[in-house]
Structures are given as C-alpha cells and as structure tokens.
Design a protein. Structure first.
Lengths: 244, 787
C-alpha cells in the first residue's frame, strides 16, 4: 500500500480579522466606520487598501496597526489576538511587530536621518543597523542631514527606513505618496517595492490613487465600512512603470 | 459679543491651567506689594492719628534737675507751641509670683489736670488722684504679662524705699508704642514696663519738689526741630541736660518709622522678582498661542481685519490673564495686609488701628502687574501681526537644527536618541531655555532668601549673646557708684564673677561729623562682657584710646589712628581728644569702648562704676534675685537668657508666618514656570510625541523626552538659584540694616537643601499634572495632520 503523507497545513495568516466592527460616537451621532470586515493577509503579501474618503480604510489600518481598538469582532496578528489587548499590550505590539509610514513623514526634526532610524533600532529586539536601513532606501550619503535639509521624497524614504529597520512583521503605509509629486512618489514606491522584495514584509498600502494598486498582488476595495471587492492582479507592474 | 471676543473667552478657558499658573505668580507679586503698601498706609495713618490725638511731643530732653519756672522760659522760645514737664525715673519692681527683678520706667502724670502733652490712652480705670501717692497706672502689655488688673498691687523701690502700689488704671501711650528696656533688643513685657505715678507724688519721692527732670515740646507747624533743639540745649546745659532730640530719634517712634521704611524696601524688591517672571511666562504662552494660530491670523487678515484689530485681540488675552492674577492678588493682598497690620498692632500696641486702605495701593499693584505683563508680550504681539496673510496661511518652516561640535563628539555619540532630542531642544532655543531655568532659579532664590532669616537670626544670637556675653545678668544703677559696689555684688549669694562697667553718654566728633553714642568703660581684659569682633575674636582694650565698632567708624568716617573729640554729657562733662586704636565688627548698635581706668581718669573720677556684669550659680539664682531687689538705686536689670528667649519668641511669631507665606509664593513661582514650560513643550511637540507612541515608545519613554527637558533645566536652576538666593538675601538684609542692628548673612547647608527639596516638589507636582496629558495624545490624528 503506498504511504499517504498528511496534507500540508495552511500557512498562518500574518494578519486576520473576523467580522470586525468599529463605531465612533460623535455627540449623539453614531458613525459606523467598519461594519463587519473579515480578511486574511499572509506573510510577504503586498496589499493595497483602496477606497474613497470615509470608506473605513484608515480605521481598518489603525486597528491592524494597534492604534485603535475595535468595537466588535476579532483581529489577530499571527497567534496574538489584538482585540483583547490593553494599551500596554498594543504598545508592545507596535514596538515589536509594526512599521508605520505616514503621509507627512512624521520625522523628529531635531534628529538626523541616521538618528531618526536609530530611534527605533534602539528599542527593537533584532534590528538591522540604521546605516543598512538607509542604504536600502538609497540614502546612504545623507545620514547626518536633518529633516529640514532633506526634500519631501528623501524625508519619506527616511521614514520608510525607520519603519523597516526593526524588521517588522507588518509594514503599514498610510498614503505614503499623498504629499509628494508623482515623480517623487514613484521613487518612494520603488523604495517600498525594494524593501518588500528583500525583506518579504507583509505590506499594506492605503491610497485613494487607483494607479498605485497596479503594483500590488491584491487590492481590497473598501466602501461604506465593508470590503466591497477583492481583486488579484494577474501581473504586478513595477513602481517605475506607474504614472499619474 | 463679537466673534473675536468669543474666541478670546474660549481661548482663556481652554488654556485655563496655564492662565491660572501665571495668574498665581502675578497674584503673589501683587499680594506682597499690596501687603506692604497697605500695611505702610495703615501704620502711618494710625501713628499720625495716634500722635495727634494724644499730643505726642516733637522734641524731648532730659536734665538732672531743673526748676518748674524754666518751663515758662522754654515756652517762649521761637517755634514752641506747648511744653510739658515731668519726672521720669527707673525703679526695681517686685511682682508677685515672678522671682526675677523687674524694671519699671516711672513717668509722672499730673494729678490735677490732664497732661498737656504725651497724654495717656486709658484702656480702663483712671489716673492717680492727688494725695494718693501709691496709685499707679500701668502700661497695658506690662499689666497683661503679669496678670494685673484694676485693684491689683505690686511693690516698687522709689528712691531707696519700698512702696506698695495699687493699680488704678491701665493705659497706652504714643511715647511707648515700642518699649524696650535698657540693654534689651526686644520688648520684654514681663521684665520691663511703664508705670505712671502722680506728678506731685513722684516729685516728693525723688526730692524734686517744684522741679522736673524731663521736658517735652510741641512745635508750631512748619518749624524745624533742629532750630529749637540748639536753643533748648543752651538753656538746659547748666541743669545737666545731655542733649535734646527730635521725635524722629525718640526710641519708640524710631522703631515704628524704621518698620515702615523696611516695608518700603520689601515692596520694592520682592514683587519685582515675581512680576518679571510673570512677564516672561505671559510672553511664552502668548508667543506659542500666536504661532499655533498663524493660519487663523492669516485668514482674519485675508478677510480684512487690520493689524491693530488682531493686536488688540491678543493684548486683551494678556489683559485677561493679568486680570485673573490681579483679582486673586487683591484678595490675597488685602487679607495679607490685614493680617500683617494686626500683627503690628499687637506688637506695637496701638489703642486703635486704622486699616482702611484706599484704592491707591491696589491700583499701584495692579498697574505694575499689567505693565509687566504687557511689556513682556508686546514683542510677540508685534511679530505675530506683522506676518502677511499668505505667509501666515502657509505651514511654518520646520525648525532648523545643526550638528554642533559637541553634537559630533564622542560623548554625544554615546547618548541614546531620546536624550539627544532633549538636549537639542534645549540648545535650539537657548534664550527660552535659559529664561525657563532662570525663572525656576528665582523661585529657589526667593525661598532661600526667606528661609535664610532663621539661620541669620541664629548666627546673630550666637555671636552677640553666646560668644560675646559671658555674663548672666547686668545690673545698672541710677547714679555712678564707686567700685565698691562691684565687690559688694560679688559677695552676694550665687555670684561667681563680677565685672565693672562705666557707661557715659557722649557726643563724638570728627571733622564735621558728630554722633551721640554711649562711651563704655570696661576692664582691659574682659572676663564676662567682651569686646568681641563678629569674626570670632575678643579684643583687649588699650590703656589709652578707643576701640569702636565699624558702624560708628563709618558714621564718623574715622580710621584707626585718627583722633576724635569726645564731649561727655554727664558728671563734670569733660571734653577730650582720644585716638581710635582699633575697630571691630558687631551686629548690634554702634558701640565705643575704652579701658575703664582711662575713662575714669578722663572723667576726673576714681574707680567709678554704673553697671556690673555678673555670672551666677544657676542653683542660687532665686536667692540672688531676692537679695538684688534690696540693693538700693538699681535702675536696670538685664537677664541674658531672658533677652535671648524674648528675642526668639518675638521674632518667631512674625518670622514663621512670613516664611510660611514666602514658601507658598516660591512654590507658586516654581510651579508656574515649570507647568507653563511643560505645557508649551507638549503643545509644540505633541505631534512628535504621538509619533513616538505610534512607533512603539511607551508612555514612560515619551515622558522622559517631554519632562526630561524640564527636569534638566530645573536641575541647572537649583545651584544657580542658591547663589541668587544668597545675593537676594544679602540685598534684603542690607535694606533692613539700621544703626541699631545689622542682621548678618548666614545660610546653613540644610537650609539650601530644604529650599531645593521644596522647589523640586513643586516642579514634580507640575510635571505630574502635565504627564497625565500624555495619556490623552491622539495617536490617530498624528497620522493625518501636518502640524
């Protein structure tokens, strides 16, 4: 009789939500920002969250990033249930597992590029060196410049280096090119693309720019607090090929 | 209400923590200023009313004995309005239940009519009647100290005869608002009191029938006392007059006026510190507010609001902050002034108290605060409104940082990133950082300069009482006695050592300068009462010549080697020239010493003594006191321990209250500075701190970055504040310096430690309040906002 090996177990999702809801109370008005979102994101996924303003994409990102708590449902990072964590627990989660890239860079103005990255590597468990992180984004020659001495694109690339220097499990980018012109924005997307390729970090990009969605594997379209559509791109376009 | 005014009220409410912190600093300054001014006003008005109502004299003089008819001649002197003659003597009193000898200052009061001058404010009872020589009126503090009421009795030695006196009245007098006994530093109501007896009774008791030994005058309006004093001295010289003096030199009035002068100094120095800090704080808050509202300012200008409309809006903000402080300060100042004046009324013994401060003091205080606040912020307002609308609506350029040499150094390289953020923040705004540190340093300085009084008083008591004075008791006599009296006292029970002293009133002249000062004759090598330099050494007296205090040397402008002219004002009244051999530092008075034998020689007297210092056996004290009461002609008894105790008791009452207030004020200052600095830092860097929270920094870690800056500036402020406190304390003590006493500057390390601890507590408290706000940082807003 031929031997039968057990079927391989499904890969553990990096991020997983089940029926996630979020309700904001604004005076007497209730705002249902999320109305039951269920999704799975796997290691090395490169995902875009697309949707108009008010669709709930930022709310979802905030909960996945441990910045906000859900009103209902569950959210998991690997085997860590995020929706049960207190403030201290969420801080630990962000510290050890999440890299953030903001629309307006949010660099510390009194620290150089190198120091901004070192800010995070000093508190990380197994970081790469700040110099290595900055080289990965093409800023090896601008280590000792302050943010005021860098262009917008350079500042955003420092922010990306800061986000990935701790080797996070998740990289969350909220409108990373929102404050940049298209040419600079493409440079930033190339940096994200390169890092994703080299480190294999599960990356989520929020944008309202549909063109950017072409550079990812999956596109989750949100509307009115739901995921209304999930698309897979047959072919990922390189960042350099994009234009808007 | 206009929209801008609505915005103003909302801004004031939103920033209410900072507004209140600044207002408290302003209120502290106003409270001290208003307290000083209202107390000065109350004391001055009370004194003026008191002196007028009870006809306090303008000129006073003592003689040995002068006939009554001389008063008519004095009355005819140009400028003289009224004249009153009296008999004034000292006597030993025996009070029941009090074993120590008590000295009574006996003053005559006419039995047949009210006195023309220096009238009594009777609190109860009446004046002595004619034909009842044993009826007495007591000064109220003295009566209270001994529990004596109308009908009570005590014994007194009148001209060598024991008499039992009955209390028929209790009174106050404008002449004795502040009473200190001979040789004392502070009022001691248990051991020295005023006793009024019938004039004819006193004349009879002291063989002064038809005569007087004290005369007072009032002058016509506008007449200068000096013009009358010269003529009066000429007239009284042959009757043993030792020199007339004006009201300003009368002991009680001098102390009172000096107190008012010291309040003036207090009003000038301390409020300035508070208001300067308030000006800086208001500037800091307003500058930050304007910076945060740049885009709104641009919008208003785009809508057509003029520069002056916008400037006026922010000026109203400053006025609003100041107004809160002024109202709080007025309330505190009124209450503080009332408390202070009541303390004075008890201490200085007025029969009534006029505390009805007019608006003037409060308006001055309010005006000064408003001026300080506006002066501090005009620059910020001007800079804020000058921005063009387009520029105002653009985000501000990020602050420029540079890598300095220190920043490239190995030491800096060893620091973690949060510490680098902290240090660069301080270095980026050096003026603001320095002023924040200075503000806290001023709080330390105010505290050190208040607490230091206790150390200074301790040092004064130690030097003046413990080190300089080896005697337990000093006995003074009405008339000069021979040296035999020292030997007699030495033989009394309980006396271990006795030392003679001769004190003569004198005028000392050098060039055009003249001072009245007692010349004290002591043994060349003193065993008990030393000629003691405050640096810690005893001086022996040379066989000839004077050893004088630096205070007197300064007044006469003499140096060792100079010869001064001494005109003695008693006995044969010789005038002689003597060299100043040495000077010494002392905190009390402006004494001049000479070898007692040399003094007796110059007085053409042999072995004359009028005071004796004694050291006693503590076990035999009671017996000694009983015997001392029998010694004839004793006119003064000073007990050293009682003097020390009274000194502390009197000062403790008032000092501790004031120190308590200044601790509160200093804490207000420290709290105001650190709270505002931390709140502004939070406002400026809230986004940065929220970013760090998003990146995974804990609350404690971002607290370090926010509060570490404040902590660093506070730590720098502490030693600076101690040094400034030393300077401020010295400045205040200099302002309190008088001819009669100079309080030395002394600060113990424990005092500095206490000041540091108190300020650290205040800053920790403000840090705690700001720290709580870190918990409410909006992490989500940070992702989307630019600034």
């Amino acid at each position: 009789m031929p031997s039968q090996s057990a079927p391989p177990s499904p890969p553990l999702a990096a991020l997983r939500t089940h029926n996630l809801t979020k309700v904001y109370h604004s005076g007497e008005v209730e705002v249902h920002a999320l109305r039951g979102v269920s999704l799975e994101l796997f290691p090395a996924d490169l995902v875009v969250l697309l949707g108009p303003s008010g669709s709930g994409k930022s709310t979802l990102l905030n909960i996945l990033g441990g910045l906000d708590s859900a009103s209902g449902g569950e959210a998991w990072f690997q085997d860590l249930q995020l929706t049960g964590l207190d403030d201290r627990g969420l801080t630990e989660y962000r510290r050890n597992h999440v890299g953030f890239v903001f629309q307006f860079y949010n660099l510390i103005p009194s620290l150089t590029a190198l120091e901004n990255v070192a800010l995070v590597t000093e508190i990380a468990r197994q970081p790469m060196s700040p110099e290595e992180a900055l080289r990965m984004v093409g800023l090896g020659e601008r280590l000792h410049h302050f943010p005021a001495q860098l262009s917008g694109g350079e500042q955003q690339r420092v922010a990306i280096a800061r986000a990935i220097a701790k080797r996070p499990g998740i990289l969350l980018c909220d409108e990373p090119t929102g404050a940049l012109d298209s040419r600079t924005g493409i440079l930033v997307l190339e940096a994200i693309e390169r890092i994703h390729a080299e480190l294999g970090t599960t990356t989520v990009l929020i944008t309202h720019n549909a063109v950017i969605a072409d550079m990812t594997d999956r596109v989750l379209v949100m509307g009115d607090g739901h995921i209304i559509e999930e698309r897979h791109n047959a072919r990922r376009r390189r960042a350099a090929e994009l234009s808007w | 209400m206009t929209p801008l005014n609505r915005k103003l009220y909302r801004d004031l409410w939103r920033l209410r923590g900072q507004v209140l912190a600044i207002a408290l600093v302003i209120a502290s300054g106003i409270a001290v200023l208003a307290m000083s001014l209202t107390s000065m006003e109350a004391l001055t008005e009370t004194a003026i009313a008191y002196y007028e109502r009870y006809r306090f004299g303008d000129v006073f003089a003592s003689v040995e004995r002068a006939p009554e008819y001389l008063a008519d001649r004095v009355r005819k002197l140009p400028g003289v309005q009224a004249v009153d003659t009296r008999v004034v003597k000292s006597a030993v009193l025996d009070m029941e239940g009090f074993e120590e000898p008590v000295i009574g200052h006996l003053v005559s009061v006419p039995e047949r009519r009210p006195p023309d001058l220096n009238q009594l404010a009777l609190r109860s009872g009446r004046v002595p009647r004619l034909g009842y020589p044993d009826e007495a009126v007591l000064s109220e503090p003295f009566a209270e100290a001994h529990g004596l009421t109308l009908g009570g009795t005590f014994r007194a030695v009148l001209n060598g005869n024991w008499r039992k006196l009955t209390v028929v009245g209790i009174a106050l007098s404008p002449e004795f608002v502040y009473t200190i006994g001979p040789g004392a530093l502070m009022p001691d109501d248990k051991r020295f009191g005023i006793v009024w007896l019938g004039q004819e009774a006193m004349q009879a008791a002291f063989d002064l029938d038809g005569a007087f030994n004290t005369i007072s005058l009032t002058l016509l309006r506008g007449v200068e006392p000096d013009l009358v004093i010269g003529r009066l001295d000429d007239m009284l010289g042959r009757y043993g007059g030792i020199g007339a003096y004006a009201r300003k030199d009368q002991m009680s009035n001098w102390f009172l006026m000096n107190e008012i002068r010291q309040l003036e100094s207090l009003a000038a120095i301390l409020p300035t510190v508070f208001l300067a800090v308030a000006a800086f704080l208001t500037n800091m808050v307003l500058a930050r507010l304007i910076q945060m509202e740049r885009s709104e300012i641009g919008l208003l200008k785009a809508f057509g609001y003029r520069d002056r409309d916008i400037a006026w809006h922010y000026v109203k903000f400053v006025v609003g902050v100041a107004a809160v402080g002024i109202v709080l300060g007025w309330v505190a100042g009124y209450w503080f002034g009332l408390l202070n004046t009541r303390l004075y009324a008890d201490f200085y013994r007025f029969p009534f108290l006029l505390f009805d401060p007019g608006p003037r003091s409060f308006l001055i205080a309010a005006g000064a605060s408003l001026f300080a606040a506006l002066a501090g912020t005009l620059g910020a307002v001007r800079a804020g409104v000058r921005i063009t609308p387009a520029e105002a609506m653009r985000p501000p350029s990020p602050p420029m940082f540079r890598r300095t040499r220190f920043g490239r150094g190995r030491l800096f390289g060893a620091l973690d990133q949060p510490t680098r953020i902290l240090l660069r923040q301080i270095g980026r705004w050096p003026v603001r950082s320095a002023l924040t540190s200075l503000g806290t340093a001023m709080a330390v300085a105010v505290l050190v300069s208040s607490l230091q009084w206790l150390d200074s008083i301790d040092h004064l008591v130690d030097v003046y009482f413990r080190q300089a004075q080896g005697q337990d008791i000093t006995v003074g006599f009405a008339n000069t006695r021979s040296g035999e009296v020292t030997r007699e006292l030495a033989r009394m029970p309980g006396v271990r050592t006795a030392e003679s002293m001769r004190v003569v009133p004198a005028k000392m002249r050098f060039g055009s300068r003249e001072e009245r000062e007692s010349l004290q004759g002591l043994p060349a090598v003193q065993e008990l009462s030393h000629v003691y330099d405050a640096s810690g050494r005893n001086l022996n007296l040379p066989p000839d010549g004077l050893v004088i205090s630096t205070q007197l040397a300064g007044m006469l402008q003499v140096r060792p080697g100079d010869r001064i002219t001494v005109e003695v004002l008693e006995g044969r009244r010789p005038t002689f020239e003597v060299p100043v051999v040495a000077t010494f530092e002392t905190y009390i008075g402006s004494p001049a010493y000479m070898d007692i034998r040399a003094l007796n020689r110059l007085m053409h007297e042999r072995d004359a003594v009028n005071s004796v210092h004694l050291r006693l056996d503590q076990n035999e004290q009671a017996r000694f006191y009983r015997e001392l009461k029998q010694v004839p002609q004793v006119s003064a008894v000073t007990l050293k321990q009682a003097a020390v105790d009274t000194f502390y008791d009197t000062l403790a009452q008032t000092l501790l209250i004031f120190i308590g207030f200044f601790v509160v004020f200093a804490c207000t200052l420290a709290f105001g500075v650190t709270y505002n600095a931390a709140r502004i830092a939070l406002s400026e860097r809230g986004r940065e701190l929220a970013t760090l929270r998003v990146l995974g920094f804990t609350r404690r870690e971002i607290s370090y970055i926010l509060l570490g800056e404040i902590g660093f500036l506070t730590l720098v402020a502490l030693p600076v504040g101690c040094v400034l406190g030393y300077g401020l304390g010295a400045l205040i003590l200099t302002a309190f310096k008088t001819e009669l006493y100079r309080i030395p500057m002394a600060i113990q390390l424990e005092t500095l430690g206490l000041a540091v601890l108190i300020i650290l507590s205040a800053t920790l408290f403000s840090a705690f309040l700001v720290r709580r706000r870190l918990d409410t940082l909006d992490l989500i807003a940070v992702l989307k906002t630019r600034e």
